[in-house]
Design a protein. Structure first.
Length: 97
């Protein structure tokens, strides 16, 4: 793209973020193939765990008639999903270094 051509809002925002990162000493690093495969594996594992939690949650809901018990189980399910998400993000951050 020529330098004198108008830039999109996205391009301008990315330039600002790159400048800000450079000022803070943050350097951009490429992800290696090994890291990509580890990231893909982590995502597959956690997608399976979320699917398993969803299946167990739905099967449990089918047996609960009490609205209060259902609400309690829904809250537990949300906490379980949040914990899985947090664990996944922590592992991904570790791989990315």
């Amino acid at each position: 793209m020529p330098d004198d051509a108008p830039k999109s809002a996205y391009e301008l925002a990315m330039e600002r973020l790159r400048r800000k990162d450079a000022e803070q000493g943050i350097e951009e690093r490429a992800v290696t193939e090994e890291q990509k495969s580890e990231i893909a594996e982590i995502r597959r594992v956690y997608a399976a765990k979320v699917a398993e939690a969803e299946i167990l949650y739905r099967s449990t809901l089918m047996t609960l008639a009490d609205p209060e018990a259902r609400m309690k189980r829904e809250a537990e399910h949300r906490r379980d999903l949040q914990r899985l998400n947090d664990d996944r993000e922590r592992k991904l951050a570790k791989v990315r270094g």
